[in-house]
Ligand binder design. Structure first.
Ligand code: NAP
Length: 247
């Protein structure tokens, strides 16, 4: 396991000394136009979770990049299943990361955007009740909101029966929120891929075989394959942190 070992770069231009924070930030540039970045961790044999949660696959270096990507985004997009299952907290950043955002002209906190068709969401859960900025729930015209949800979050309705992800993301872009980070889960990733909306995938490969049982990082109806181009390979011990962008 990689614990808290330093992160080095294998490609391009290998480094021998561990990358510091500014060097890591430079490896995950913010786009100057609408851009959707996915972030996942998987085992060597392709599992999306261990004992039901992604935390079982994640190590110190993965958590470090996970936090860094949150610092860099305007919007954190997440499927309602992952929000419920992983027990998301309010999207708070420490003072150092908030200072970095202020210095770079960003809002102090990113906005949490939850995708849900059914609106089976608890407005009293920490993700809503402890949110530093009012979250957005991207849903359909028809979905009935449980009591209190419309107070806890903005309901952004796009699509009649199914959420129109392209229209929802276009509305976020219209608000000036261009750099979107999506932390999954698999069904949301599958839908975003099907809609042709994924620009980048950051993937941590945890040095583990977990055996059959767990699903993959993507789920849902099959889609046409798209080529991806490798931008970097980072290593932390036996763990790899890959960044691919859409060709
Ligand atoms: N390895 C990793 O990096 C990673 C990352 C994230 C999650 N996970 C794991 O993945 C598992 C959860 O998988 P999942 O596929 O259930 O996650 P998910 O995609 O976050 O959740 C599915 C739910 O999200 C909403 N949703 C997703 N796509 C939607 C769409 N296109 N339109 C409308 N609503 C949409 C729906 O919520 P409603 O039911 O409210 O309509 C749907 O039931 C957990 O075990 C979690 O630990 C792993």
């Amino acid at each position: 396991m990689s614990g808290n070992v330093g992160i080095t770069r294998l490609r391009p231009a290998p480094t021998t000394t561990p990358l510091d924070e500014p060097a890591l930030v430079a490896l995950y540039p913010r786009a100057d136009r609408p851009h959707l970045r996915m972030n996942f961790v998987t085992s060597v044999d392709g599992a999306v979770e261990l004992d039901g949660h992604s935390a079982g696959l994640s190590s110190g270096p993965d958590k470090r990049v996970f936090g860094l990507l949150r610092m860099l985004c305007d919007v954190l997009l997440v499927g309602a299943g992952t929000l419920r299952h992983e027990g998301y907290r309010g999207l708070r950043l420490d003072e150092r990361r908030r200072a970095w955002r202020r210095e770079h002209g960003l809002a102090e906190y990113p906005t949490l955007v939850v995708v849900s068709r059914t609106l089976r969401l608890d407005p009293e859960s920490a993700a809503f009740a402890d949110a530093p900025v009012r979250p957005v729930v991207l849903t359909t015209e028809r979905a009935e909101a449980p009591a209190g949800l419309a107070d806890a979050a903005e309901l952004l309705r796009r699509g009649e029966e199914q959420v129109d992800l392209a229209a929802g993301l276009a509305e976020l872009h219209r608000r000036g929120q261009h750099q979107l980070l999506c932390e999954g889960g698999p069904h949301l990733f599958g839908s975003l891929t099907a809609a042709g909306l994924v620009d980048e995938v950051c993937l941590t490969v945890a040095p583990m075989l977990t055996g059959p049982g767990a699903g993959r990082i993507t789920a849902g109806p099959t889609t046409r394959p798209h080529g991806m181009s490798l931008r970097h390979v980072l290593a932390a011990g036996d763990e790899l942190l890959l960044r691919y962008v859409r060709e």
